[in-house]
Design a protein around this ligand. Structure first.
Ligand code: TYD
Length: 140
């Protein structure tokens, strides 16, 4: 999706079930919480302080990014506008549409970045070169 914008991306509040004595559960359901079906879940952990991840865009993939533990920042870029989100609540997810460049950094110690994705891993869906990304977005 080459005409997507960072304003198509948003924080989604997840269902939170609280028990005073036993803690919390948050839930994500296909097409109810998020507008896509989850086909894959992966998570980043043990990211050393000061490291960044991401630096790519996806052509077709939809994602929900959740700070399952700790905190980190996600900067989204559509070629025109950048928006930075700090994720630090396990009951919130950042919905990222296709065609958005992302950088993840400022990982706190012990943080877990859980990603719910709309498709199986496919290397051909990645754009890893920023100039190619701008061309994809017609901003060359
Ligand atoms: P990569 O997407 O480069 O990590 P990030 O963008 O978060 O810094 O993925 C790192 C490695 O993991 C790369 O060799 C591909 C592999 N990988 C899979 O095999 N399957 C997956 O679902 C993902 C997300 C990555």
């Amino acid at each position: 999706m080459n005409n997507s914008s960072v304003y198509d991306c948003s924080i989604i509040e997840l269902d939170k079930h609280h028990s005073d004595r036993k803690g919390n559960i948050s839930v994500v359901e296909n097409k109810k919480t998020i507008p896509f079906d989850v086909k894959r879940v992966y998570y980043l952990y043990d990211v050393p302080g000061g490291e960044s991840r991401g630096s790519h865009a996806h052509k077709e993939l939809n994602q929900l990014i959740v700070a399952a533990s700790g905190s980190f920042s996600v900067t989204l870029d559509d070629g025109n506008v950048k928006r930075t989100f700090t994720l630090n609540r396990p009951y919130q997810g950042l919905y990222v549409v296709p065609g958005i460049w992302r950088e993840l950094d400022d990982f706190s110690s012990g943080s877990v970045c859980m990603v719910l994705a709309s498709a199986k891993y496919y290397a051909g869906d990645y754009i890893r070169d920023y100039d190619k990304f701008l061309k994809f977005k017609n901003h060359d």
